[in-house]
Ligand binder design. Structure first.
Ligand code: C2E
Ligand code: MG
Ligand code: MG
Length: 686
């Protein structure tokens, strides 16, 4: 059995040493050998300075010296790197009274207490305190949500001082914006996950409500019960404002401040997805007529001003339920939802609104002191809540109707009808086929003779035919117009010029056909190509066709474009021998002063005047005028579309010398043309 003193010693968990004034270690006691820096045999009899690092040894020696002076020393702390990690020790040193029989040198009891846990806890406390004073607002409550503590950022954000909120609950921050459901979700998350985070609107002390991003964590005690809640939050009102600004930029048009196309689509989604709304609605697309020319004539800045005025005028036509948006440069869209369950009634009402808008847009715009008149065309599509509607489809349909309104004279409106769409699809299919046909050269030239009063042949007109494998013959005017609109007339025209020159070259070696001219229709777009002259010269050279047998039929539309350039090209070609005819004369807008400047050889009276020359005095007068004009300008005048001998006689009486028409021959294929030429010559000679 241990003696009383030994038992007492063993109960002490600290390290006990007996040391001398010089730090020599005479004895030690410790039940926790893992706290020793080294095994006892390595330090017993040695001085502290010999076994511990210098800084630690200095602290220990300081404490011994103090105890030598005062009898006791406590509170000094040192750390040691041990195999079990860094440990912290607090020193307590007491001088031992000299015993009888000892050497009389002072001895000390040197006690090192392991205070590592306390030191670590203090460290964590310091970190926690620093963290608590972060940029985030923080408060801590007890389990009943009574506020125990808050930080400086909390005061800065909420306006409440620390003391003011002590003992209060977070209910004082309530903005009233969230319903009970919101808080129920928050508490469910806190209880089941121990945390919640999200956006919450709270109220500052000054009454202002603002959004916070808040995280709340439940703190559990040793038994697992919630002891506290720690809430941290930041003020996200600036972020929100920025977010709203970005959203408003993304959804509105900067020039007019109207909602933009994206916004309109969202609105339409809301209207179309409203499940119990079966009523009819309308979507109207308003497009300014010829806005490009306004921008070009008065400049973009004034153009912008007109758009702003247009936006204001359209807005003034609204009665409240409608939404107006700017969906493109000069186009606006009006969404008219809830026009009632009766379709005709809904359409009538829409019509009234659209009429009002057109009238408002017709009023002049005052720009730089002058009145400018603009108009718009409107396309409308009706829809109802019952049908499955595709938004982009509705927009496309109303835009299609707008194009129709423009095509039928502008300054009016059109309701979409399904035929428009089928027409559009048919047109797209035809364009595709045309493109294919150009690649595959599915075309053919027919030739129609041109004759004198005595029926002597002087030439022919080359007329294009397209025989599609499935469609059959496509009317020439139809596909030529399409080719002009799509630009396909360029490759098509190149093919025609090539084929016509090949034909001319062939005729050159033919006894009867060698003197004939060949008239080729050249579209304005083709003529305006920068390299048109060079291209034509190249074709003439390659085929060997005589330039003076080639006649180009141009139309009056060429005179609208750059006159100087047109005249220059005509002169260049004429120099090489090429001749020019003005086709369909009388149907365009040619000014006589322009006409005089063109190096022309021939005028062709349009067949529409020839058709009724016998019955319509007006047409007869125009034909007469064209002939007289041609004569006065020294130009040959040819009448086209001559179908009857009486028409021919009437034209001869007016002084016309050249003719073309079914009376002499319809357009025919190359071989038939040759046979007919031989036959006619034989008949004429007979
Ligand atoms: P256009 O140049 O005025 O050609 C005369 C049109 O009148 C031709 O129609 C011809 O077939 C038709 N025609 C001739 N005699 C008579 C007649 O006695 N009565 C009636 N009612 N019509 C007659 P087509 O061949 O259908 O060509 C229509 C238009 O297509 C041409 O009018 C021309 O503007 C254009 N076109 C034809 N071929 C070409 C071409 O190769 N290139 C270009 N750019 N346009 C062409
Ligand atoms: Mg022609
Ligand atoms: Mg013609």
């Amino acid at each position: 059995m241990l003696n009383h003193f030994q038992a007492l010693l063993d109960a002490i968990p600290d390290l006990l040493f007996e040391v001398g004034l010089d730090g020599r270690i005479y004895d030690f006691h410790s039940p926790r050998t893992e706290l020793l820096a080294m095994p006892a045999e390595q330090f017993l009899g040695k001085r502290i300075a010999e076994v511990l690092p210098a800084a630690t040894a200095a602290i220990c020696m300081g404490a011994i010296e103090e105890a030598a002076r005062l009898g006791r020393s406590s509170g000094a702390v040192y750390s040691l790197e041990l195999p079990i990690g860094t440990r912290w020790f607090e020193l307590s040193v007491s001088a031992i009274a000299p015993e009888a029989g000892s050497d009389g040198n002072p001895r000390f009891v040197f006690l090192s207490r392991d205070v590592s846990f306390r030191i670590q806890a203090e460290e964590e406390m310091r970190i926690a305190a620093a963290a608590f004073e972060s940029e985030q607002g923080m408060f801590i409550t007890d389990a009943d949500t009574t506020i125990l503590k808050s930080n400086r950022a909390f005061t800065r954000i909420t306006g409440y001082g620390k003391e003011e909120v002590l003992g209060m609950t977070p209910r004082i921050f309530s903005s009233g914006r969230h319903g009970p459901g919101f808080f129920a979700t928050l508490w469910t998350s806190l209880v089941s996950n121990g945390s919640w985070q999200g956006e919450i609107w709270n109220k500052r002390k000054n009454g202002e409500t603002y959004p916070q991003w808040m995280s709340i964590h439940a703190v559990r005690d040793a038994r697992g019960d919630t002891s506290n809640y720690v809430a941290s939050f930041s003020d996200i009102s600036l972020l929100k404002t920025a977010e709203e600004q970005i959203e408003s930029l993304a959804f509105s048009d900067a020039l007019t401040s109207l909602p933009n196309r994206r916004h309109l689509i969202v609105k339409m989604q809301q209207v179309l997805q409203s499940p119990d709304d079966q009523s009819h609605g309308a979507l109207a697309v308003v497009d300014m007529d010829d806005f490009k020319s306004l921008n070009e004539t008065v400049g973009q800045a004034w153009g912008d001003q007109v758009l702003q005025q247009v936006a204001q005028r359209l807005s003034a036509c609204l009665t409240g339920k409608e939404s107006l948006a700017r969906i493109g440069g000069d186009s606006f869209a009006l969404l008219l939802p809830n026009q009632g369950l009766d379709a005709p009634e809904a359409q009538r009402h829409t019509e009234q609104v659209v009429d009002r808008m057109l009238a408002a847009l017709r009023l002049p715009h005052l720009l730089a002191g002058a009145n400018h008149h603009r108009t718009a065309s409107i396309g409308v599509v009706m829809f109802d809540g019952a049908g499955e509607q595709d938004i982009e489809d509705l927009l496309k349909r109303s835009e299609l109707a707008t194009h129709q309104a423009k095509a039928t004279g502008r300054n009016n409106f059109r309701f979409f009808d399904p035929k428009m769409q089928s027409d559009l699809h048919a047109r797209i299919a035809l364009v595709n086929d045309l493109r294919d046909a150009i690649a595959k050269q599915e075309f053919q030239l027919l030739f129609q003779p041109q004759v004198t009063q005595n029926r002597d042949w002087t030439g022919a007109e080359a007329l294009l035919r397209w025989n599609h494998p499935v469609r059959g013959y496509v009317p020439t005017t139809t596909f030529i117009a399409l080719a002009e609109e799509t630009g396909l007339i360029i490759p098509l025209g190149d093919w025609v010029m090539d084929a016509a020159c090949e034909q001319l070259a062939q005729w050159a070696g033919h006894a009867v056909l060698c003197d004939l001219t060949l008239s080729v229709n050249v579209s304005a777009l083709q003529f305006q190509q920068g390299d048109f002259v060079a291209q034509t010269m190249a074709v003439l050279a390659r085929t060997g066709a005589r330039p003076d047998r080639l006649k180009m039929e141009l139309t009056e539309s060429l005179m609208v474009a750059d006159m100087e350039c047109t005249i220059g090209k005509m002169h260049a070609l004429r120099e090489a021998g090429v001749r020019f005819s003005l086709d369909d004369f009388g149907t365009g807008f040619s000014s006589l002063s322009h006409l005089k400047r063109l190096p022309l050889d021939q005028l062709k009276i349009d067949q529409s005047f020839v058709r009724n020359i016998l019955t319509d005095n007006n047409d007869a007068a125009i034909a007469k005028m064209v002939i007289a004009l041609g004569q006065s300008m020294g130009l040959e005048v040819m009448a086209e579309g001559v179908e009857s001998a009486d028409q021919c006689t009437a034209l001869v009486a007016l002084g016309c010398q050249s003719f073309q028409g079914y009376l002499f021959s319809p357009p025919v294929q190359g071989q038939a043309f040759e046979a007919l030429a031989l036959h006619t010559q034989a008949a004429n000679c007979a």
